[in-house]
Design a protein around this ligand. Structure first.
Ligand code: PEP
Ligand code: MG
Length: 845
C-alpha cells in the first residue's frame, strides 16, 4: 500500500500540549512507519481552545485517497471540526469524525492506520477503544455493549456518541426524570437510546417515557446513553449532566425523604403508621365515617360485540387519546409544582410508542379499540409491576390511571365519579368531584396526596364530608371492599375497625352532635363573649348557593366571596353584567347582611387563559392576586364596576388579595374610584361600600400601620399568610406538616396587625384556621373581631366564642405567642381549654 493511500489522522484538542503529548505517545507504537497525523489544537496565542480554520488546514495536510479520521477531545472541539468540514467543501476524499475516547482513540488510530486498515476499520476500532479499560475496571456490561458497537455496521458506528453515567437520585429514573429525558430528546433530531448497563435492560428510545421507566434504573445503576445524528453530542451531554445532577432531585437514599412522587409522600412527613395497623393522613374536613373502601377507578366494561374495521377502530382510538390529551393539557396549564410535573408525565404517556404501538398493532389484528388499548395498557402495567424497586413498580398506577381515562373517553363516559356507599379512596380529589359526593352516601374520603387548604378540602368542609388528605401511597394499597374508619378531625385511618372502636367513635360523634345541636339552636343569635364583646361570625363562599347555606347556618354575612370561580373554567373573561348578576345573587341570599367581595385572586395556583399570565418558575411568588389585577387594568376595571353596581343595591364590602405594599393598595383604591366614576357615581364611592385589604403576605402585616389609613377593615388570610411565613407551599404535601396557622410566627403577625391598625379598623380572619376549634380563643384574644369560616362551621364557631372571656383570652393569646412552635401552642391550648371546661369556663368551653 502506498503511504498516501493510508488513513490520515487529525487530532483536535483544546490544549496543544495535550494533543502533542498524545500524538507522541501514539507514535512511539509505530516508530518505523507512522501514518500522517496533524494536530489542530489550542489558540494562536498559546491559549486553550479550538479553531475551525486550523482543523481545516490540518485535514488538508493529511488528506488523501485513504480518507481522514478526525479525533476530538471535548464537546466544542466537535463544533470546530464540523465547521471545518463545511469550510472545506468537498475535498475529494472521505472525512469522518470519531466518537471514540481521546487518548486510547489516538493511539489505536495511529496503530491501525499505520498497519494499513481502511477508514471504516480504523473508525470502528477507535469507537471501541475504551472497552478494555472499562472491562478491567468492572464495566462488563459496557464491554458487551461496546462489543455490540464493534460488530455493528460501519455506518452505525460512525458518529456514535456515548456517555456512561451513574444514577444518583433517590428513586432513580422514575416518571419525573424520565419525562425530563423525553422532553430533552424531543428538542433534538438525534436518535438517542438509553440502556441500564447494571441490569442489562434496554436499550430504549430516549423519547419513550414508558421505555425509560421500564428500565427500572435505580440509584447506583449505570446508564449508557448513546446517540447518533444531528445534535447527538449536545443531547447526550445534556442527558448525562442531568443524570449526574440527580435530575434536580435530592441525591441519596429513598429513606432520606424529599423525593417527588406521582402519588405523594406526605406519609414521609406524617409517618404512615401510627399504631398497629393504623394509618394517618392530614385532617382536612372534620367528621367520622366508616364503610367499605371503594376506588374511583371504575372502568366501563369492554364491548362484547364485533369490532369495526381496523381503520375505524384506530380512528376511534386516536380521537379518544386526543380528547384525553387535550384535557390533560388543560390541567397542566392550571396546575403548579409537583402536581404539574406529574400531569405532564401523564400527558407524555399518551404520546408514547410503548403504549400506542402495541395498541395499534392489536387494532390491526382486528381487536376493538377499547380492548386493544386495554391490552397495551395491561402489558405496560405488568412490566412495571415486575420491577424490583417498589417505587418504580408503583408507577404502574400512573399508566393504569391514564389508560382508564382513555377507556372512559372511548366509552363516551364523562369520567366523573359515580358515588358508592362507603369510603372513597383516591389519589387526589378535584374540587369538581366534591360536588358529586353526597355525605349521606359517601361516608368519608381519603386521598393519597393533597392538602388541607386545597379548594377541594374547603369544599369538603363546606359540605360536611369527612376528609383526610395526604395519606401517602399506603392508602391506595388498601383492599377494595375492606372496612375503613376515618376521622377527618384527627387524620386517623383505621382499617378493619373493631366494634369497640366504632362504638367509641359513635359516642364521640353523638357528643359532638349534641354540642352541635346546642350550637345550631343558637346559630342565628349574635355571638357575644361572656363579657359582651361582639364577634362577627361570617362565612366564606364561592357563589350564591354557599351564601344561601351561610344564611341558613346563621352567618352574620359573607366575610369572603371567592370570586375566582366566576373567572375560572372559561375562555373569555366574564363581563360587567354577568359579574354583577352573580354578586347580586349572593347578596340577595343574605337578607341585608354584608357581602364581602374579594377581587379576583387569579394567578398562583389559579391561572385563567385570558389573563395572559407569564410562565413563572414560582407562581405563588409571582403575578398573583392584586398584582395581576393591577397588571390587567381592563379585567380589574370590569370587576370593580360590577362591585360598585352591586354595592348600589346591597350592603357590600370589597377587599384586595395579596397586597404587599402601600403603593399596590393605593393603586387598587384609585382603580375602584375610577370604576365608580365609570358607572356614574360622581362623589367617591357608593354609600356603605367598605374597602378592605387582605393580609396574606408578611410584609403587609409588618406595615399594617401604613396600610390601615386606606381601609375600613383588614381580613387576614391565614392560608396564604401561613404558607408565606413558613415558606411552605400550601398544596405541597412534602411540607404539609409545617403549615399550621397556629404557628406562633403566624400568630405574631396577627398580633402585629391588631396592634398596628388601631380601633377604627376592624380585623377579620378568613383563612381556614379561623374554624379550628381552638383558634377562636387565640384570635379573639389577639384582637380579631370577625371570623369568617365555612358555612357549616358557623354555629360551632359562635358556640366557641360565647364561652370566651375576652380578657382571659387575651392573656392566653399572650402565652401562645411565647411558645416555640405550633405544637407548643396546641399543647397549651389543649390544657387550658380543657381545664376551663372541667372547672367552668375560663377562656373557652
Ligand atoms: C387565605 O389565603 O387565607 C384565603 C382566605 O384566601 P384563599 O384560600 O382563597 O387563597
Ligand atoms: Mg389567599
Amino acid at each position: 500500500m502506498s503511504p498516501d493511500a493510508r488513513v490520515g489522522l487529525v487530532v483536535v484538542s483544546h490544549s496543544r500540549a495535550l494533543a502533542e503529548a498524545t500524538v507522541a505517545l501514539a507514535l512511539q507504537m509505530v516508530a518505523d512507519d507512522p501514518p500522517a497525523v496533524a494536530v489542530a489544537a489550542g489558540t494562536d496565542d498559546g491559549g486553550t481552545g479550538t479553531d475551525a480554520t486550523a482543523v481545516m488546514t490540518a485535514v488538508e495536510e493529511v488528506g488523501g485517497s485513504g480518507g481522514v479520521l478526525v479525533l476530538m477531545d471535548l464537546g466544542s472541539a466537535v463544533l470546530s471540526a464540523e465547521l471545518a468540514l463545511e469550510l472545506l467543501g468537498d475535498p475529494g476524499y472521505e472525512v469522518r469524525f470519531s466518537p471514540g475516547p481521546f487518548v486510547e482513540g489516538v493511539v489505536t488510530a495511529v496503530v491501525q492506520a499505520a498497519g494499513g486498515a481502511g477508514l471504516a476499520e480504523v473508525a470502528r476500532e477507535v469507537a471501541a477503544a475504551g472497552r478494555d479499560k472499562a472491562a478491567h475496571l468492572g464495566g462488563d456490561d459496557l464491554d458487551d455493549s461496546a462489543a455490540a458497537s464493534t460488530s455493528a455496521p460501519t455506518d452505525d458506528v460512525d458518529g456514535v456518541v456515548v456517555e456512561q453515567v451513574e444514577v444518583v437520585n433517590a428513586h432513580g429514573l422514575h416518571a419525573r426524570p424520565a419525562a425530563a429525558v423525553v422532553a430533552a430528546a424531543r428538542r433534538y433530531e438525534a436518535d438517542v437510546r438509553v440502556s441500564d448497563v447494571t441490569s442489562g435492560r434496554g436499550p430504549v428510545s430516549a423519547r419513550s417515557l414508558l421505555g425509560l421507566q421500564m428500565l427500572g434504573a435505580v440509584r447506583g445503576h449505570v446508564l449508557r446513553i448513546q446517540g447518533t445524528g444531528e445534535g447527538a453530542r449536545e443531547l447526550v451531554d445534556e442527558l448525562a449532566a442531568a443524570t449526574r445532577d440527580g435530575f434536580g432531585e435530592p441525591i441519596g437514599n429513598a429513606g432520606e425523604g424529599g423525593y417527588p412522587s406521582a402519588v405523594g409522600n406526605a406519609a414521609a412527613v406524617q409517618g404512615p403508621e401510627v399504631g398497629p395497623g393504623v394509618l394517618r393522613g392530614v385532617p382536612a374536613a372534620p367528621g367520622r365515617g366508616h364503610g367499605p373502601v371503594w376506588f374511583a377507578e371504575e372502568l366501563p366494561p369492554l364491548p362484547t360485540g364485533t369490532a369495526g374495521s381496523p381503520a375505524e377502530e384506530q380512528a376511534r382510538l386516536d380521537a379518544a387519546v386526543a380528547e384525553v390529551a387535550a384535557a390533560l393539557d388543560r390541567r397542566v396549564t392550571a396546575s403548579t409544582g409537583e402536581h404539574r410535573d406529574v400531569l405532564r408525565a401523564h400527558r407524555l404517556l399518551l404520546d408514547d410508542d410503548a403504549l400506542l404501538g402495541p395498541a395499534a398493532e392489536a387494532v390491526r389484528a382486528g381487536r376493538d379499540a377499547s380492548a386493544a388499548w386495554q391490552q397495551a395498557v395491561d402489558a405496560v402495567v405488568e412490566a412495571f409491576e415486575g420491577l424490583d424497586e417498589e417505587y418504580l413498580a408503583a408507577r404502574a398506577s400512573d399508566v393504569a390511571a391514564v389508560g382508564a381515562q382513555v377507556r372512559r373517553a372511548l366509552a363516551g363516559s364523562s369520567g366523573g365519579l359515580r358515588p358508592r356507599p362507603g369510603v372513597l379512596v383516591v389519589d387526589d380529589l378535584a374540587p369538581d368531584d366534591v360536588h358529586l359526593l353526597a355525605p349521606d352516601v359517601v361516608r368519608a374520603v381519603v386521598t393519597a396526596r393533597g392538602s388541607a387548604t386545597s379548594h377541594a378540602a374547603i369544599l369538603a368542609r363546606a359540605t360536611g364530608l369527612p376528609l383526610v388528605v395526604a395519606g401517602g401511597p399506603a392508602v391506595l394499597r388498601l383492599a377494595e371492599g375492606s372496612t375503613l374508619a376515618v376521622d377527618g378531625g384527627t387524620g386517623e385511618l383505621v382499617p378493619h375497625p373493631d366494634d369497640g372502636l366504632l362504638r367509641r367513635w359513635q359516642e364521640q360523634t353523638d357528643a359532638d352532635d349534641r354540642a352541635g345541636s346546642a350550637a345550631r339552636g343558637r346559630a342565628h343569635d349574635p355571638a357575644l363573649t361572656r363579657d359582651g364583646v361582639r364577634i362577627h361570625v361570617a362565612a366564606n363562599a364561592v357563589g350564591a348557593e354557599d351564601a344561601r347555606e351561610a344564611a341558613r347556618q346563621g352567618a352574620d354575612g359573607i366575610g369572603l366571596l371567592r370570586t375566582e370561580l366566576v373567572f375560572h373554567g372559561r375562555e373569555h373573561a366574564p363581563d360587567d353584567d354577568e359579574q354583577t348578576a352573580q354578586y347580586l345573587a349572593a347578596a340577595d341570599a343574605l337578607d341585608g347582611r354584608r357581602l364581602t367581595i374579594r377581587t379576583m385572586d387569579v394567578g398562583g395556583d389559579k391561572p385563567v387563559p385570558y389573563a395572559d399570565q407569564p410562565e413563572e418558575a414560582n407562581p405563588f411568588l409571582g403575578l398573583r392576586g392584586v398584582r395581576l389585577s393591577l397588571a390587567r387594568p381592563e379585567l380589574f376595571a370590569a370587576q370593580l364596576r360590577a362591585v360598585v353596581r352591586t354595592a348600589q343595591q346591597a350592603p357590600v364590602a370589597v377587599m384586595f388579595p395579596m397586597v404587599a405594599t402601600v403603593d399596590e393598595l393605593t393603586r387598587a383604591r384609585q382603580a375602584l374610584l375610577a370604576a365608580a366614576r365609570q358607572v356614574g357615581v360622581t362623589d367617591g364611592l357608593p354609600p356603605g361600600l367598605e374597602v378592605g385589604l387582605m393580609v396574606e403576605v408578611p410584609a403587609a402585616a409588618l406595615r399594617a400601620r401604613h396600610l390601615a389609613p386606606l381601609v375600613d377593615f383588614v381580613s387576614i388570610g391565614t392560608n396564604d399568610l401561613t404558607q408565606y411565613t413558613l415558606a411552605a407551599e400550601r398544596g405541597n404535601s412534602h411540607v404539609a406538616g409545617l403549615g399550621d396557622a397556629l404557628d406562633p410566627a403566624v400568630l405574631a403577625l396577627v398580633d402585629t396587625v391588631c396592634r398596628q391598625v388601631g380601633p377604627e379598623v376592624r380585623v377579620a380572619v378568613c383563612g381556614e384556621g379561623a374554624a379550628d376549634p381552638v383558634a377562636a380563643a387565640v384570635l379573639v384574644g389577639l384582637g380579631v373581631r370577625e371570623l369568617s369560616v365555612s358555612p357549616r362551621s358557623v354555629p360551632q364557631v359562635k358556640h366557641h366564642v360565647r364561652a370566651l372571656d375576652s380578657h382571659q383570652a387575651a392573656a392566653l393569646a399572650g402565652r401562645c405567642l411565647e411558645q416555640p412552635d405550633a405544637v407548643g401552642v396546641r399543647a397549651l391550648l389543649e390544657v387550658e381549654l380543657r381545664t376551663a371546661t372541667d372547672d367552668g369556663p375560663a377562656s373557652s368551653p
